[in-house]
Design a protein around this ligand. Structure first.
Ligand code: 5GP
Ligand code: ZN
Length: 117
């Protein structure tokens, strides 16, 4: 399941270069090209799913474990002392790339990043 024109499908297929920081069976993690903070990482399914609603339930455990692995490595590497997990779903919520992705954003005290919640 892929979308030929999709930039994140191309990243998942390694046709477009990205800084990959981790990989599981069904997911890949790479650095955001326009980071909100050092270490800002995107986690995407290797298959082309558009939003959270399209990701099969059976990938839930794998996704949770992978998110925890990537987040804890960011803390271990001292990229942050905390982190935000953010997912924009559909355009009104700010989803620009139409391939499901989860932002993991390292946070530090007084880093001046705003949060919508
Ligand atoms: P969205 O607003 O859709 O949740 O965020 C899309 C994110 O993907 C943005 O933070 C943007 O910087 C990142 N992004 C877009 N195109 C590329 C790319 O080609 N490579 C990488 N590494 N990140 C990208
Ligand atoms: Zn895609």
């Amino acid at each position: 399941m892929e979308n030929k024109e999709c930039i994140f499908c191309k990243i998942a297929r390694k046709e477009i270069k990205s800084e990959i920081v981790g990989e599981s069976n069904s997911f890949i993690a790479f650095l955001d090209i326009n980071p909100k903070a050092k270490g800002h990482t995107l986690i995407i399914p290797k298959n082309h799913y558009v939003t959270l609603l399209d990701i099969p339930d059976k990938l839930g455990n794998e996704l949770l474990s992978f998110m925890k692995k990537i987040s804890s490595e960011l803390l271990e590497k001292k990229q942050g002392d905390g982190f935000n997990v953010i997912m924009n779903n559909l355009e009104p919520a700010g989803q620009l790339v139409k391939h499901a992705h989860i932002h993991i954003i390292p946070r530090k005290d007084r880093d001046n990043l705003r949060s919508i919640v």
